[in-house]
Design a protein around this ligand. Structure first.
Ligand SMILES: [Cu+2]
Length: 162
């Protein structure tokens, strides 16, 4: 299953702040990681997720094989599937990054699942996340932690950083 970047999504992410001190982009080998972020903890929930857009400049498909973080006991690669009309999360073995298209990890879709958080993920803070790619190798990102947009909770405004 490929996840193509649609322009509406791109505009959604245009307001994102830079991470790791650049314009929201990190690079390892031929793989580019754009707009990485982790979702702030909701209440005392032990789980959260991280999202990003992956692209490769190479001519061959690369794969995100695994992820890890000192902030969580277990980190898995997940997707959402519809089963009997209900969205369910399922672990995936790897996330393919095909040349010439964006592979988007986003809420309700592919994501890096953070399970057994060792502490609350506070909005505005950052969280290290190490990604291992089949061809490009390994990179550790410092992901900004953001609240999920779109009013998941009543009366909870979201902060904008400009
Ligand atoms: Cu999940």
């Amino acid at each position: 299953m490929n996840h193509r970047l649609v322009t509406t999504l791109a505009s959604l992410f245009l307001t994102t702040q830079a991470f790791a001190g650049d314009a929201g982009m990190a690079k390892v080998g031929d793989v580019m990681i754009h707009d990485g972020w982790a979702r702030a903890s909701i209440g005392s929930a032990p789980n959260s997720a991280a999202y990003m857009t992956l692209m490769t400049k190479g001519s061959e498909t690369d794969k995100l094989l695994s992820a890890s973080s000192p902030a969580a006991e277990t980190v898995e690669l997940h997707t959402h599937l519809m089963e009997d009309g209900i969205a369910k999360m399922r672990p995936v073995e790897a996330i393919e990054i095909a040349p010439g298209e964006a592979t988007v990890l986003e809420p309700g879709n592919l994501h890096v699942m953070l399970m057994g958080l060792k502490g609350k993920l506070e909005e505005g803070a950052a969280m290290p996340l190490t990604l291992t790619f089949e061809k490009a190798g390994e990179i550790t990102l410092d992901l900004p932690i953001r609240g999920i947009k779109g009013g998941m909770k009543h009366g909870e405004g979201h902060k904008h950083t400009h």
